[in-house]
Design a protein around this ligand. Structure first.
Ligand code: NDP
Length: 443
């Protein structure tokens, strides 16, 4: 058995109840095999064993009171996975499905994503099984305050800087930040995705979706194709989906779908983004409302990937939304590129189908890194007590995404796996972290 296989087998025995974490670790360790199984220096340093074990994982009680006076208790998590290259950085997910396996998978992915940005940030993730849907504004505020009442002990501008994720947008980050400041008396860049009036960065809201489209555009260009007039399918209708749709439309693509956890819209006239923003960001309603304004569009329950035909697929909702049957459908219907906006939306079997069919595929740790990259730019602006214009941040974001693309491609060429960006992204992200861990000794 090779070194990477041995570490993976031990990990499965140690974490039998963490399928999402094992799935993410399998993808990474398989991809790293050409590096770690050919040079004994890594095994001698126990590097993979250290890499797959979080430096620290914190679980805690979040008691809060709803509008009727009833007490609720949720579970909070912060997994500080790896700080070899900088302070921990990664979002907070608020969703009833949150458990330790999901937070560990996201934190593990974050290590390589953050490294790929070229910026000095380590990997972490956190969240809670709290469901924000249907809660009043005051309930959200009380929950966020209760969450921070414990989290503040473990975070800080030079220690661990959380951000948004599913269920955690500008409103939640604002409440979390307000409570941190109240508890510590410090005005520092402890969270990113803050409001513009208290240290937020211009273009952070747009960054993940825009960054996804910038790297997709570069991928297509490099393969003799164009975003202009491409037929693009998007899933989700949250932060990442909305700004992916916006940038794709600005580049002349025809975006024909979006979705939420209940169902999906297909609009052959092109998605009306102002309407989606109003439904999801202002009214906080379900995506099916779309057809009330556009009766020519079609709303269906279920997954968009069961039914959509496209050139380019941008899954932007959640993990494991595309399985191998759906991947095969995409291939059979002529899809030539899949770039992940969400984290791990394509399961490992589906990735194999895409790669075997020569569909261009970029994993989320590379293609959705624009969000965290811009968060790191927000940290930079906070520490110099200054702010950059939208255009400056957007230009830096675009540069970072294009760098990530060529950095991955270089790793693909070096290890003789052309266009296998799963291997390319993992190796490119791993090398910097591995070098830092080796240099810092057995800690
Ligand atoms: P949002 O909460 O803003 O939106 C999530 C979207 O996905 C919503 O449309 C939601 O529908 C849908 N969704 C959530 N869970 C499910 C599910 N189980 N099945 C189907 N649809 C679902 O989150 P973001 O847009 O911020 O995040 C989307 C993805 O992108 C996540 O994987 C996240 O980790 C990743 N990501 C986000 C970054 C960011 O900067 N925000 C950065 C990098 C990655 P509904 O309204 O019904 O819940």
């Amino acid at each position: 058995m090779t070194y990477s296989q041995k570490v993976l087998e031990d990990l499965k025995i140690k974490n039998p109840d963490q399928p999402e974490f094992i799935q993410a670790a399998t993808e990474v360790l398989d991809a790293l095999a050409p590096v770690v199984d050919t040079d004994p220096v890594y095994e001698k340093a126990g590097l993979l064993e250290r890499l797959v074990e979080p430096e620290r994982q914190i679980m805690f009680r979040i008691p809060w009171v709803d509008d009727k006076g009833a007490v609720h208790v949720n579970r909070g998590y912060r997994v500080q996975f790896n700080s070899a290259i900088g302070p921990y950085k990664g979002g907070l997910r608020l969703h009833p499905s949150v458990n330790l396996s999901i937070i560990k998978f996201l934190g593990f992915e974050q290590i390589f994503k953050n490294s790929l940005t070229g910026l000095p940030i380590g990997g972490a993730k956190g969240g809670s099984d709290f469901d924000p849907k249907g809660k009043s504004d005051m309930e959200i505020m009380r929950f966020c305050q209760a969450f921070m009442n414990e989290l503040f002990k473990y975070v800080g501008a030079d220690e661990d800087v959380p951000a948004g994720d599913i269920g955690t947008g500008a409103r939640e980050v604002g409440y979390l930040y307000g409570q941190y400041k109240k508890l510590t008396n410090r005005s520092e860049g402890v969270l990113t995705g803050k409001g513009l009036s208290f240290g937020g960065s211009l273009a952070r809201t747009e960054a993940t979706g825009y960054g996804l489209v910038y790297i997709t555009e570069e991928l297509l260009k490099d393969h003799g194709k164009d975003m202009k007039d491409a037929r693009v399918a998007v899933s989700g209708s949250g932060n990442v989906a909305i700004y992916a749709i916006e940038k794709a439309q600005q580049l002349g693509a025809k975006v024909i779908s979006c979705s939420d956890s209940n169902g999906y819209i297909i609009d052959e006239n092109g998605i009306d983004l102002d309407l989606v923003k109003k439904i999801k960001e202002v009214d906080r309603k379900r995506i099916k409302e779309y057809v009330n304004t556009h009766p020519e569009a079609v709303y269906s329950e279920g997954s968009v990937w069961d039914n959509v035909t496209c050139d380019v697929a941008l899954p932007c909702a959640t993990q494991n939304e595309i399985n191998k049957v759906q991947a095969k459908r995409l291939v059979d219907n002529g899809c030539y590129a899949v770039c992940e906006g969400a984290n791990m939306p394509t399961d490992n079997e589906a990735i194999n189908v895409l790669l075997e069919s020569k569909v261009l595929f970029i994993p989320g740790k590379a293609s959705n890194a624009g969000g965290v990259a811009t968060s790191a730019l927000e940290m930079g602006q906070n520490s110099i007590r200054s702010s950059w214009t939208f255009e400056e941040v957007d230009a830096k974001l675009k540069g970072i995404m294009i760098n990530i693309y060529y950095h991955m491609k270089e790793a693909c060429d070096k290890y003789n796996v052309p266009d296998n960006f799963v291997v390319g992204a993992n190796i490119a992200g791993f090398m910097k972290v591995a070098d830092a861990m080796m240099a810092q000794g057995i800690v």
